[in-house]
Ligand binder design. Structure first.
Ligand code: FEO
Ligand code: CA
Ligand code: CA
Ligand code: CA
Length: 640
């Protein structure tokens, strides 16, 4: 979602004390080690990744062989020489054999429920198994639709706001499940498809785990507190070893009309009068806290979707805690327990980890492993070590005296529990990527303009952090369930050409700011996607960095190379590939975004006319978020 630099700080906790930062960076620079974790390979195999990845002796640093791009300012997507680019799935495209997109945005709310939502974000390709192997030509894709620009979504924007417009806005949120196939040299969406479905802000979703049924989750319409309509602000994602998709609810607070006198809990989660101006509450009372005070407690969760079973309702997994979830990156502990790393994307918020109680057994995959386990929050110490502190009722001061009635209460107010145990306040944790072999985790910290010089710490070393950075950690003994870890800063974002040396960061190679999407391919290339706010793009400190972009980093040398440059006013977010690595899918979100405002329906292409200006098959009229397929002309692995 848009940068929220003007929002009030929700976390006003004092920070723990840390010694000098520069000493720590120097200490960590010499501490590079990559531990072999068998479980990481098992996970990849289960997810349909190539078998050779699990073989010992693969090179630590995969080839990154393309000729990198200069920064782009065009209103188009650019990729390196030798690659092909294809438009696969844009906002408004039918998921199956439903209604086509209308260029004047006159599709109805009912049409929208059968079409691609807006603002594509995290996604994953789930291969069909064909001839006994995971296919790289045929799969299901789950694609998040994070939020909407209602200036573009309706013919006359937000004028004459109505129930129909509210429902269309709700139906443009959520997740798409589509079937895709590569044949005759091109990717296409399979229409009709029995798998295709839209999950929207109006789809019935089961609530499970320790907070299900608790008093905080009960409403007038759901007295048992175990079914909720919809998922919203679906940002990044995760994939489980049993082949399901995790979609994560980020800035849910913005959809609710808060009270004039919010409770401490509502304040801590940023719920306020009129939210972010979505106006849903005017026609759907559950988004008005005066009508339904508990509805907001039913959002801010991780939601599990089984793409292979279209009849199965998605499930909100409350054991993973409630906060502004960016993503939910899954790996396995040494003993097979499921570990989920999660960022809470807001200034001064935390990084969390869930560890399941039971181990994953590929022979008996249980779909409820995410309902039982422990939630933890990260403390980064200045000596380059850190620990995961457990957020379990009755431990670490989380008891009745501290105001927590039970575990459900700890999970519903996870941010407040994390405050009590002295977690490290980070610079907006976004995506977390886990190296496919070593298990080392990398997290984008996108920026934090609110950090003052006297509140910097070792893990968040820059005051008024403009460009963001990427932090990484290695679990003790390579066991993701361990309570300890070692960490260092992988890179400080910046502009290598900046006259002020402090603003060049530690970048070797192509410059970037505001890392957000972060993902390892199965060969170990680190892909970085940027989300510089529209008002900052290519000017001031960012002059010369161009539009938002995607780069590849060599984690051993720290070198970065620019692979893709997006159209005007977009953010690049969401990435996945086929098991053989020959197709990379990437999302372009909100092309044509207007700085600080919704788009003007009278002039929708004021900033961008993408994708219709680049792809002749695309209907125009409005800029449209879209999924792209990228292949090499020689059929090789993308990135090599
Ligand atoms: Fe939805 Fe934090 O990006
Ligand atoms: Ca954004
Ligand atoms: Ca993001
Ligand atoms: Ca972002």
């Amino acid at each position: 979602m848009k940068s929220r630099d003007n929002d009030p700080i929700c976390n006003r906790n004092p920070r723990p004390d840390f010694p000098d930062f520069s000493t720590v960076l120097a200490q960590n620079a010499s501490r590079r080690c990559f531990l072999q974790v068998a479980a990481g390979s098992a996970l990849l195999t289960a997810l349909g990744m190539p078998e050779w990845v699990s073989a010992a002796g693969r090179p630590a640093a995969p080839a990154i062989g393309f000729v990198s791009l200069v920064a782009g300012i065009e209103d188009s997507v650019r990729i390196p020489v030798g690659y092909n680019l294809q438009l696969l799935y844009a906002w408004g495209d039918p998921i199956s054999d439903g209604p086509p997109f209308r260029a004047d945005a006159s599709n109805s709310a009912a049409d929208q429920a059968q079409q691609a939502g807006m603002h594509h974000d995290g996604m994953h390709f789930f291969p069909f198994v064909e001839n006994g192997r995971p296919s790289s030509n045929h799969g299901l894709m789950c694609i998040n639709h994070e939020y909407t620009d209602d200036g573009l979504l309706h013919t006359d924007g937000m004028a004459t706001w109505s129930t129909e417009k509210t429902f269309k806005s709700q139906n443009a949120h959520g997740v798409s499940v589509i079937e895709v196939r590569y044949e005759k040299g091109a990717w296409r969406v399979v229409r009709p498809s029995n798998y295709a479905r839209r999950i929207t802000a109006r789809t019935p979703i089961r609530i499970s785990g320790p907070a299900a049924g608790s008093s905080a989750l009960r409403t007038k319409d759901d007295r048992r507190g175990n079914v909720v309509f919809g998922t919203i602000n679906n940002c990044a994602m995760g994939v489980t070893p049993w082949g399901t998709y995790l979609t994560c609810e980020e800035n849910f607070n913005g959809y609710f009309n808060g009270l004039d006198a919010p409770t401490p809990e509502q304040k801590r989660y940023g719920i306020r009068r009129n939210g972010s101006g979505m106006r849903w509450h005017e026609h759907d009372g559950r988004f008005d806290l005066a009508t339904e005070p508990n509805e907001a407690n039913r959002f801010g969760w991780v939601v599990e979707i089984d793409p292979w079973n279209p009849a199965k309702p998605p499930i909100k997994r409350t054991a993973l805690g409630r906060f502004k979830h960016e993503g939910a990156t899954v790996t396995l502990a040494g003993d097979g327990r499921v570990v989920v790393y999660m960022g809470d994307d807001e200034a001064f918020e935390y990084i969390y980890k869930f560890v399941s109680q039971e181990a994953f057994d590929p022979k008996k995959p249980s779909s409820d492993l995410l309902d039982r386990g422990s939630l933890h929050v990260a403390r980064f110490r200045a000596d380059g070590k850190g620990e995961w502190v457990e957020l379990t009722h009755g431990r670490n001061g989380l008891d009745e005296k501290a105001g927590f009635a039970d575990q459900a209460d700890v999970l519903v107010r996870a941010r407040m529990a994390a405050d009590i145990v002295g977690a490290t306040r980070m610079d907006r944790p976004e995506w977390i990527a886990v190296h496919p072999v070593s298990g080392e985790a990398y997290c984008s910290l996108t920026n934090n303009g609110k950090r003052s010089a006297d509140s910097v710490d070792a893990a968040n070393p820059r005051a008024a952090n403009r460009f963001g950075h990427i932090i990484r950690w290695r679990a003790t003994n390579g066991d993701a369930a361990a309570s300890g870890f070692e960490w260092d800063v992988f890179v400080l974002g910046g502009n290598p050409a900046h006259p002020d040396e402090a603003k060049r960061g530690t970048i070797k190679g192509d410059g970037f700011g505001n890392p957000d999407g972060l993902w390892f391919d199965a060969d170990g290339r680190l892909w970085i996607q940027t989300d510089v706010s529209t008002g900052s793009l290519n000017k001031g400190d960012y002059e010369g960095l161009g539009n938002n972009q995607m780069l590849v980093a060599d984690i051993n040398t720290g070198e970065t190379k620019r692979f893709l440059s997006g159209p005007r006013g977009c953010e690049v977010t969401g990435i996945t590939r086929t098991p053989d690595g020959t197709t990379l899918f990437v999302n372009i979100q909100h092309p044509g975004e207007t700085a600080g405002a919704r788009s003007d329906p009278a002039n929708p292409t004021a900033v961008s006319a993408w994708p219709a200006n680049q792809f002749k098959e695309a209907t125009g009229g409005r800029p449209r978020s879209a999924t792209l397929a990228i292949t090499r002309q020689n059929g090789g692995v993308v990135g090599t």
